[in-house]
Design a protein around this ligand. Structure first.
Ligand SMILES: [Zn+2]
Length: 681
């Protein structure tokens, strides 16, 4: 039988792909991609966008599609055989993409393309391609080029070591607590802690710094001394303040070297600092714009954060007998205050959100707002639980998607959207390829023949991922690399996803998506009101916390001198932003993996940035809502055309302005998070 990974005539043959197909398919496809690269970079090959795309993009598309199918199966239908085949091929595939992105001959060919010969979509894709080459050091020559490569390699090692230290420092800690010490901690957490201790032949409860243990201890343990012990270990992980043997995981020196290398890299590329490099491919124009944005938001959130702290202090003193709460007391105090104010059970809420009802509600919103119809469709799938749908407008197929809802063995946790293929007017056949998406969740299955019940968080997750999916599927762009989410700036890519989340907090929308699993009754309004209040609990403090991280990150990559200690800068940022000051021994920056080991360096602000965009975009719907409480179809059409259909074909700011008629404002986010009314005295 033929290799299922080498079939490109239709949708992926998910039911036929076997682990044995992987290596031979990768051989063939890498061979074709390499041959295509050699062909288009030959001196006599024309420097024309279409000509290059017809050869190179068609070959890399096949590699991307086949490899996408393999890694998808690795995520949702893992077996030891498939994992082995995946891991064996991964380095070869990665090596190809890295080499392609740094190929000087290809860069020269792209640079030689006359922009006047391009459509506006092609111009944007071409601009991105050239920019990415430049940021990969393609303009550098001689010693500078060599040094740039050394820096990349060393940075990869340092990031890896940083993560390992953070992980090892977390894993290395254990405290075996006695029965008396663990009072207040939830039973399921204690059961796991007791089992862990017993597995090692020890007495008591093994408490660790991993989230599922650390968080409940901080929130629920009645004993302040226990919380202090665990807190101290947590905030000194991978630092010079760690106790005893754990100090060997200290990340201090690595942080200094990483920052120095980033600065050197930036200067080689002709920028003053790494902050400037980071924003080149983002929606924000400059580090200054980001810093101003963060400080503005901090200023506006501050009165609410101060009120949050005052509430906590008053509650701690009057109800918990804590006159002067310390850092390790705040999560405990907050949990108790939250219980006192908004007690409702997730369990109760769940009874109203059955998966079919929620999905029908979601589809209805999409169909009404974006003038499409969603219908069941069929395709080869990897599991009988997977559903396949098509999105149509009139008689036209717009896109298709796989929906894989239930959690199961061999499926990675979490939820995500991934592309199967992208909308593209194919240069080889002249045929328009429609987009296809994966939408993956991990919902609990139904019990006793009843439909699956979703938590409200599950519902939000579903809407979020569909937001990404719609961005990918409703695009009208014909150029592959700027179609859908392709080429969208990183700090803007969460706009459509977070936008969709808003509907989950809209009473007139939400009530139609609920029906009690036994009685069919809709969600009671009183319960919904409690959910809303709990959502905005301490949003002032939470906002300032995110701003503290974001501002520290940006200043670290702009103003900070890498030869100096980072702690004074962190102290300065906290003095400016935070309403609660952590103790002097706290070293939380030493495990800030997002910026030292992830892709978020000088980019952590993106979370807040995109929240502002999505809230402000959603406000346009609030402003035009109908008398029946339903969102306006006209606003839906404008949003679809300006944001979803345009995809990455123009700068995100242009798309936003096309929709909103102005630049983004902070007001809607403040209001959505309960920070619009004046703070009560
Ligand atoms: Zn997302």
């Amino acid at each position: 039988m033929s290799n299922a990974l080498l079939e490109f005539s239709g949708l992926p043959q998910f039911d036929r792909i076997t682990p044995e197909d992987v290596a031979p398919a990768v051989d063939v496809l890498l061979g074709r991609a390499n041959a295509a690269l050699e062909a288009v970079t030959a001196p006599d090959f024309p420097a024309r966008w279409d000509a290059i795309a017809k050869v190179l993009d068609v070959a890399t598309e096949q590699l991307g599609t086949a490899w996408g199918a393999v890694s998808h199966l690795n995520s949702v239908a893992d077996t030891p055989e498939l994992r082995a085949a995946y891991n064996a091929a991964l380095p070869r595939v990665t090596e190809f993409w890295t080499r392609l992105g740094a190929d000087e001959r290809l860069y020269a060919k792209y640079k030689a393309i006359d922009p006047a010969t391009l459509t506006s979509e092609q111009r944007q894709a071409h601009k991105n391609a050239v920019r990415n080459f430049v940021l990969s050091g393609a303009e550098l020559v001689g010693a500078a080029k060599e040094r740039f490569a050394q820096i990349q390699e060393r940075q990869a090692e340092l990031s890896q070591k940083f993560s390992e230290n953070a992980l090892d420092a977390t894993d290395a800690f254990a405290y075996y607590a006695t029965e008396a010490e663990v009072d207040g901690i939830p039973a399921d957490v204690l059961q796991a802690a007791r089992d862990a201790a017993q597995a090692e032949g020890k007495e008591g409860y093994k408490l660790t710094l991993k989230m599922p243990c650390y968080l409940p201890v901080m929130q629920f343990a009645h004993q302040s001394a226990l919380r202090e012990k665990i807190y101290r270990a947590y905030v000194t992980r991978a630092s010079d303040q760690a106790e005893g043997d754990a100090r060997k995981y200290d990340n201090t020196a690595l942080i200094g070297e990483i920052l120095a290398l980033r600065k050197e890299e930036a200067q080689l590329l002709g920028y003053a600092n790494f902050g400037e490099v980071s924003v080149v491919a983002k929606m924000a124009d400059s580090p200054t714009e980001v810093v101003t944005f963060l400080r503005d938001l901090a200023h506006r959130a501050r009165p609410y954060a101060e009120k949050d702290v005052a509430d906590l202090r008053a509650f701690a003193s009057s109800q918990l007998g804590l006159a002067d709460p310390q850092s390790w007391d705040w999560p405990y105090v907050a949990e108790k205050l939250k219980e006192a104010r908004y007690a409702f059970s997730e369990q109760e809420v769940k009874q109203y959100f059955t998966a079919p009802k929620v999905l029908a509600g979601l589809f209805k919103i999409i169909e009404t707002l974006f003038e499409v119809a969603i219908r069941r469709d069929s395709a080869p799938v990897w599991n009988p639980a997977v559903e396949f749908y098509r999105i149509e407008r009139g008689d036209t197929l717009v896109g298709q998607f796989y929906l894989d809802q239930p959690a199961r063995t061999g499926k990675r946790g979490g939820a995500w959207m991934d592309d199967v293929r992208t909308r593209w007017l194919r240069p080889d056949t002249g045929v328009l390829q429609t987009p296809v998406a994966h939408l993956v969740c991990n919902f609990a299955s139904g019990v006793d023949g009843k439909p699956p019940l979703l938590t409200h968080d599950d519902v939000i997750t579903l809407f979020h991922e569909f937001g990404h999916g719609l961005h990918h599927m409703l695009t009208q762009v014909n150029e592959r690399d700027v179609s859908g989410i392709g080429g969208v700036e990183w700090d803007a890519v969460e706009l459509p996803s977070q936008f969709m989340e808003n509907f989950c907090w809209e009473w007139d929308v939400l009530k139609h998506m609920t029906a009690h699993v036994d009685t069919g009754e809709p969600l009671p309004r009183a319960l919904f009101d409690k959910m809303i209040a709990a959502k905005n609990f301490q949003s002032g403090m939470q906002t300032l916390r995110q701003i503290e991280f974001s501002l520290f990150d940006m200043l670290l990559h702009t103003e900070h001198d890498p030869a100096k200690d980072i702690m004074p800068l962190l102290a300065q940022v906290r003095a400016e932003v935070a309403v609660l000051q952590p103790p002097a021994f706290s070293r939380t920056a030493h495990t800030f993996s997002h910026i030292f080991a992830g892709g978020y360096a000088a980019g952590y602000y993106s979370y807040k940035w995109a929240e502002v965009l999505s809230a402000d975009a959603y406000a346009a719907f609030e402003e035009t809502v109908g008398s029946d409480g339903q969102p306006s179809a006209e606003t839906g059409r404008r949003y679809r055309e300006a944001i979803l259909e345009a995809g990455g074909s123009r700068p995100a700011m242009e798309s936003f302005k096309a929709f909103r008629g102005r630049e983004p404002r902070l007001d809607a986010l403040m209001r959505h998070q309960g920070m619009a009314e004046p703070v009560a005295a």
